[in-house]
Design a protein around this ligand. Structure first.
Ligand SMILES: Nc1ncnc2c1ncn2[C@@H]1O[C@H](COP(=O)(O)OP(=O)(O)OP(=O)(O)O)[C@@H](O)[C@H]1O
Length: 247
């Protein structure tokens, strides 16, 4: 459904993604993991056409995204930090987004209602708390019933009730066969919501397989300990590289 082919991305001298290849299939939910600064958000932004790679292609449902924006309506994106025009009201943000996508007539307003945003439509964006802003971002990601959901640290800043509401929503969408990609540092959350693990390290895909295989390969039954094992292995590989370069 999304094919990332030989993507290379540098910011100045910093090589963030080196010859990156990944396939994301419908019906699967992917945990995109890696240390801070490993390139998770950069990869997401490349898929969304918000960052242009130095080389490589991204195909969404078989079509290269190069320069096209139509494909974006298939993707619901929840950014790590949502940025909105500050002087407009929540309701205006929703109607503005609906105007941008006139081809979509049926809206999914479950999260708007679950989060109680329908009672705050007149609140200006600049008056919102960080968590309420996150709720607006979540509601928008699901509003247009996209086939693909990309959620960058979706529960960061949400209160425990909102976290449960959002997690349940993600699970319901997954059951409908959608493709879901989630980045998070909260391993318990990834364990609950995903069936496929991708671990990025130093610009490369260090691990890319099902959560079941991850547990089998690491010999660990729990997701969090399996990931801890992967992290250890990635750091050891790195130490070996440094030792070799000093030899
Ligand atoms: N526009 C930019 N200009 C220069 N460097 C950038 C830019 N965007 C990202 N970077 C750098 O690229 C690297 C990868 O950043 P990215 O945000 O993709 O990491 P991440 O894996 O999402 O991190 P985190 O877990 O902290 O959210 C970082 O070193 C970051 O400083």
């Amino acid at each position: 459904m999304i094919s990332v082919q030989q993507i290379h991305k540098k910011f100045g001298k910093l090589e963030v993604l080196k010859d990156f290849n990944l396939e994301f299939e419908a019906g699967n939910s992917y945990a995109l993991m890696g240390p801070n600064g490993s390139g998770k958000t950069t990869l997401i932004k490349i898929i969304l056409g918000m960052v242009i790679p130095n080389a490589g292609d991204v195909l969404v449902q078989g079509e290269a995204i190069n320069g096209s924006y139509a494909y974006r309506s298939k993707i619901g994106y929840m950014p790590q930090i949502g940025r909105y025009p500050e002087n407009i009201k929540i309701g205006q943000v929703f109607s503005m987004m609906q105007d941008i996508r006139p081809e979509i007539k049926a809206y999914d307003l479950e999260l708007v209602n679950d989060f109680g945003l329908n009672e705050m439509l007149d609140k200006p964006m600049h008056t919102l708390s960080g968590g309420t802003r996150q709720k607006v971002s979540a509601a928008l990601a699901f509003m247009f019933q996209p086939d693909i959901l990309i959620l960058d640290e979706p529960t960061a800043g949400l209160d425990p009730i909102a976290v449960e509401l959002l997690k349940n929503k993600i699970k319901r969408e997954r059951e409908k066969g959608k493709l879901i990609i989630i980045t998070s540092h909260i391993l318990s959350e990834l364990e609950e919501l995903t069936n496929h693990a991708i671990y990025i390290f130093e610009g490369d895909v260090f691990f890319n397989d099902t959560v079941d295989s991850l547990k089998e390969i690491t010999g660990e039954n729990r997701f969090s300990t399996a990931i801890a094992r992967l992290m250890e292995w990635s750091l050891k590989k790195n130490t070996k590289k440094t030792e070799m370069s000093h030899a």
